[in-house]
Design a protein around this ligand. Structure first.
Ligand code: PMP
Ligand code: GLN
Length: 373
């Protein structure tokens, strides 16, 4: 029996199909436009300095301090950079590491479907049980179902706000419900995946960092990959209270020891000059452009409140499965997208697909032309 009973990631599969069929790749979530010249200039300069050796395991000290500054500035939470911040090789490593550190064999971990694909495997690998529950039809959490599912074995609930794939953002009432749940279950922790924290459109992002009743029991993940259009750098961070962080760091030191030194030093400098408040406006413009370009197609667009993903229904075009439909879309129409059923453990198929709009305008225009059928 393999330890992990999973196939190849849908992102690998779809990006490969896009390349094979010379299609426009709106499947895997990554920007295709150049990064800020100021960031590449910093890299060019610092790569020639003596910045090539191991960094402290938890992270480059100036970077830890600047992350603490970001958290204080955006959410009013004062953290100890030394004890409560960890730089990781992307949010993926952050999530894996935190789960390995905090979840034990026999525990249960709640995952809300449709869910991004990197939560299940680390839970299984620690001998714990992922319990998949469905979000409501509008992708908000179903607090009644969650309340019924939590028991004395439930160690963690994984939340993702803004949400991949739907772009849904949490409301005040969702946080209140989560707070009540933690009050009732003293063993329960929250893993809050906030990698799209700076990409929220309709209302300001509410972070677990802002919630006094949650933060002592929560580990929060973010990703510079999303915030600075550098997904390939694989760099992100965790914010967690010192007691949980102590255990997370024990795993981190044997998983990677520390993260790429050049990337850490570069981002640390870049944080002095970049304004993350612009990111939401930047992606809102892209979202509106993409929605406008495809509004006369037969796709029905669902609301998108954050992230860089747009979910669309193709129910008026076809009754094929979403896997078959995305296969046809990439091979016959030249646009790659992600079928939403892959994010449901039950493979629930609501005839929905996900497009990534983190693309230059020319790509969005060409993709929209191909979607007019
Ligand atoms: N969580 C979510 C919801 C994501 O969308 C992604 C990346 N697509 C990650 C985690 C992983 O982030 P990273 O690339 O920094 O590992
Ligand atoms: N997070 C990206 C997405 O949702 C994919 C990252 C990956 O390929 N692992 O598309």
């Amino acid at each position: 029996m393999p330890k992990l009973d999973s196939g190849t990631s849908i992102f690998t599969v779809m990006s490969k199909m896009a390349a094979t069929h010379n299609a426009i790749n709106l499947s895997q979530g990554f920007p295709n436009f150049p990064v800020d010249d100021r960031l590449t200039d910093i890299v060019s300069r610092i790569v020639k300095t003596n910045v090539h050796q191991y960094m402290p395991s938890a992270g480059h000290v100036p970077l830890l301090e600047k992350i603490a500054g970001l958290v204080a500035e955006n959410y009013g939470r004062i953290t100890s950079p030394e004890e409560e911040i960890l730089v990781t090789a992307g949010a993926t490593q952050a999530i894996f590491t935190a789960i390995q550190a905090l979840v034990e064999a026999g525990d249960e971990v709640l995952i809300l479907d449709p869910a991004y694909d990197c939560y299940d495997a680390p839970v299984v690998l620690c001998g714990a049980r992922p319990i998949h529950l469905s979000l409501n039809d509008d992708f908000s959490p179903d607090w009644d179902a969650i309340g019924r599912a939590v028991n004395s074995k439930t160690r963690m609930i994984i939340t993702n706000n803004p949400h991949n794939p739907s772009g849904k953002t949490w409301r005040e009432a969702d946080f209140a419900a989560l707070e009540d749940l933690l009050d009732k279950h003293p063993q329960l922790l929250v893993l809050s995946d906030e990698v799209y924290e700076f990409i929220a459109f309709e209302r300001a992002h509410i972070s677990v960092n802002q919630r006094e009743r949650l933060r002592s029991r929560s580990v929060i993940m973010s990703s510079f990959g999303k915030s600075f259009h550098i997904t390939g750098w694989k760099i992100g961070y965790v914010v967690a209270p010192a007691d949980l962080m102590l255990d997370i760091k024990k795993v981190h030191q044997y998983l990677v020891f520390c993260v790429n030194s050049v990337a850490q030093a570069a981002i640390s400098e870049y944080l002095d000059i970049v304004d993350l408040a612009d990111l939401g406006t930047f992606y809102r413009t892209k979202r509106d452009r993409f929605r406008n370009l495809v509004k006369d197609t037969r796709f029905t667009l669902l609301p998108c409140e954050g992230s860089y993903f747009q979910v669309a229904s193709y129910a008026e075009i076809s009754d094929e499965s979403d896997l078959d439909f995305t296969r046809k879309l990439v091979t016959q129409y030249g646009v790659a997208a992600i079928p939403l059923s892959v994010f449901h453990q039950s493979k629930k198929d609501d005839k929905l697909i996900r497009f990534c709009f983190a693309k230059d305008d020319d790509t969005l225009v060409k993709a929209a032309e191909r979607l007019q059928f």
